[in-house]
Unconditional design. Structure first.
Length: 745
């Protein structure tokens, strides 16, 4: 960024969720940055909407000239953090790398034992630990080996071959009786660390921690079941500042673990929002037993447009087991009155929230909880079906280290194991019954989100381009094989963008169900740069092939899209008969008649007089694998956005093309092979003399047409403009296929 060194650069890669930016603002990191700046240190956060592979990302980070790079680490982004950390050390061995966040809080020893590039782990709240560490290091020219780390609390580090875990600082706990102690840490917004418009993604917090008893939750475990509060004045100052900058069309999330856990405080904040005439749409998650109808009325008046409630289970016995209402020590009591009251209260509060006009009301449930049976889970889903809500999150239990449940999970028949021998941080647990056979209720947001994933997959399989120019990595990888092996993962580490997509196409349903878990475990054990990994298989139904996801095989066919594969001429014949909607159909070209059909469609669009209106008046066209060969700008063979890896480790960039390399071929050599093939084609086709040379994409792989036939078509008519219109309408269709989330209005 500049010649001036940054003392601390905070990095938080996305975990690759349905909604993500590559490197966006992170609230926890921003608090640390604001506190360091207040004490005179230069601290920044690495922000980028651009995609990178690991190598390019490390170079971008090092352009800030940081002394320390601190990662905000969760299970969701752990692999990306490790890969970037390793690359940073390769480029700059003396750089100091710190891991902090929920995962290092409970697994700091295991992290340092398994990843040599990481120097230190910070446990729990980071502000005081990071400040003390940076202060000591700055006095010693940031030479880690010249600093005694034993006195810095909440730090885990190496001392020769020994891993040292210093005592907890417990700074918030020790000062819990000091009123508004949390206000000592500057606001990330008021201190100008986070731009206000970014608050709709980054959110705010009015309090840290949770004092509830849920045995599975790592939020209360991180805070030792305590809540630490900002003053109402601080909250109002922050909200007022945000409200000045723009008219927010979507709500700003309040990321407290439960906004109304202290009802009197929530009421006070809402009243202050109203008194100060703050106009800002807000979102929060809370508990139904910590809210009333009067509070909901007040919250709506204060600007809350989206409210979520945690249910987990609609079975009183299960709620008792997980400590959702009563503390876990009450689990042997036979009286479930409070749990039944909790369930009834959730129904009444969600209904009332909708009645008064709160736009989005949602809940969360969790399947596979301790002591839960299949019948219990079905009862919960049936309960959800009868709620007046907009959507719910259909979650599966994940047992986190550090939670009370982790201490005694064996009592409930769970087994926990890491994904492999190299990556022992990411843990996987079994379930007491087949949780995947519990069908989702119609309001499950997972249903819509998974349809989005499948739609994006269809776009990738069509090799539909998004980027405008080649990069030093691929955005997507299609594995056209049943098995993934270690050399393939090494190639993916080198050549796939962080949080890029991996789509595996299995030969059939049986192979998909049998091998997918094994393949996923290998990807995670070998540290893949993404968790955006989906398995699919082709199933023959009557006269057509249907693409189904592994999810659909595990659940039911409502958990995704049924995408069809058809020959282009057959699909367009069907389309023209009644202009039926074919947006989830992928067209392939196997015969010359397929190429003719698409070419004739482009002529039809062009001769319509108004291509835009012509397409607008019709249903959506299918996806075309070969539209790019009729366009004059973007194509996968030019931009190298998607790689197709075969079972023999060969790499193609077109469904109709030959291999141009394999997983042992460097990307620079691969590009050279593409250039050489292009030069060969230019000479063979005599492109210099062609009148279409400026608009022709000069397709490398025009199959099923020969080169001569392709050139004849291109010379007959300029297909560039109509092809662009068809492509543009495909992009327009994308806007209609957004994931469902709490911010949609």
């Amino acid at each position: 960024m500049s010649e001036k060194s940054v003392h601390v650069l905070m990095v938080c890669p996305s975990g690759g969720e349905v909604f993500y930016s590559n490197f966006d603002y992170h609230l926890g990191s921003a608090y640390n940055i604001a506190y360091l700046r207040e004490h005179g240190f230069i601290a920044e956060q690495f922000i980028s909407d651009e995609s990178f592979n690991v190598r390019e990302c490390a170079k971008k980070i090092l352009s800030y000239n940081p002394k320390i790079v601190g990662f905000s680490v969760y299970e969701s982004n752990y692999m990306q953090c490790v890969l970037i950390s390793n690359q940073l050390k390769d480029y700059s061995p003396d750089i100091i790398i710190i891991f902090g966040g929920p995962t290092p809080t409970f697994q700091s020893r295991e992290i340092l034992e398994s990843v040599s590039s990481i120097n230190l782990c910070v446990r729990r709240e980071g502000e005081e630990t990071i400040l003390e560490l940076v202060s000591v290091l700055s006095k010693n020219n940031f030479k880690l080996d010249q600093v005694d780390l034993h006195k810095i609390k909440s730090l885990t580090f190496r001392n020769d071959k020994e891993i040292v875990e210093n005592p907890e600082s417990n700074i918030l706990l020790l000062n819990r009786f000091i009123k508004n102690y949390l206000d000592k840490y500057p606001s990330p917004y008021l201190s100008k660390v986070i731009p206000p418009p970014k608050s709709i993604l980054t959110g705010i917090i009015t309090a840290r921690g949770c004092n509830q008893n849920c045995t599975f939750c790592n939020c209360s475990a991180l805070s030792n079941r305590n809540i630490f509060l900002h003053s109402t004045e601080r909250v109002i100052e922050e909200l007022a500042y945000l409200s000045e900058y723009k008219k927010f069309l979507v709500p700003v999330p309040i990321y407290d673990d439960g906004f109304t856990i202290i009802p009197s405080r929530a009421i006070k904040i809402c009243e202050a929002i109203i008194e100060n005439n703050i106009k800002l749409p807000l979102l929060c998650i809370t508990r139904c037993d910590k809210i009333t109808e009067e509070m909901l009325d007040l919250m709506k008046q204060a600007g809350f447009v989206s409210v979520g409630f945690s249910l987990e289970s609609a079975v009183p016995r299960v709620l008792r087991t997980i400590g959702k209402v009563n503390p876990p020590e009450y689990k042997n009591s036979g009286n479930f009155d409070k749990e039944m009251e909790y369930i009834d209260k959730l129904k009444s509060m969600t209904s009332y929230a909708k009645k008064i006009g709160i736009k989005r009301v949602f809940i969360s449930v969790m399947i596979g909880l301790p002591g839960e049976t299949r019948q219990d889970a079905l009862k919960t889903i049936d309960f959800v079906k009868h709620l007046n809500i907009d959507f719910y999150s259909h979650n599966f239990l994940h047992i986190y280290k550090g939670t009370p449940l982790y201490q005694n999970y064996g009592e409930y028949g769970y087994k926990i194991k890491p994904y492999g021998n190299k990556n022992k941080i990411l843990l996987n647990n079994n379930f007491p019954f087949d949780v995947y056979k519990i069908n989702h209720a119609p309001t499950s947001k997972n249903l819509q989100n998974n349809k989005v994933v499948d739609y994006d997959t269809l776009k990738i399989l069509s090799l539909n381009p998004k980027r405008a120019e080649p990069k030093s990595y691929f955005n997507n990888v299609i594995i056209n094989s049943n098995l993934i092996k270690s050399p393939m993962v090494s190639w993916i580490q080198e050549n796939l963008a962080i949080n890029g997509a991996i789509i595996q196409l299995y030969s059939n349903k049986s192979k998909c169900l049998k091998l997918h878990d094994k393949n996923e475990s290998l990807l995670y054990d070998e540290f893949c740069p993404t968790k955006n990994y989906e398995g699919y298989y082709w199933e023959k139904l009557e006269e057509e092939s249907v693409l189904k996801s592994r999810r659909m095989a595990l659940y039911d066919e409502n958990i995704g899209l049924l995408s069809k594969l058809k020959n282009t001429h057959l699909a367009l014949e069907e389309y023209r008969r009644d202009y039926s909607n074919m947006e989830f159909t992928l067209c392939q070209e196997c015969k010359v008649s397929d190429a003719n059909a698409l070419y004739n469609l482009l002529l039809e669009v062009s001769k319509s007089g108004n291509s835009f209106n012509y397409l607008l008046e019709r249903k959506f066209l299918p996806q075309f694998q070969t539209l790019c060969k009729w366009m004059g700008n973007q194509a996968n063979c030019r931009n190298l956005e998607t790689a197709i890896i075969g079972g023999d480790n060969s790499i193609r960039i077109c469904w109709n093309g030959d291999s141009l390399g394999n997983i042992n071929t460097s990307l620079s050599d691969f590009r050279k092979n593409v250039r050489d093939l292009n030069i060969k084609n230019l000479k063979k086709r005599n492109c210099k003399e062609c009148r279409r040379k400026e608009t022709c994409i000069k397709c490398l792989f025009p199959y099923p047409l020969s080169s001569e036939e392709y050139c004849d078509y291109k010379n007959q008519y300029d297909t560039n403009e109509p092809a662009k219109f068809v492509f543009m309408f495909s992009v327009l269709k994308d806007l209609l296929f957004k994931p469902l989330n709490a911010y949609d209005f």
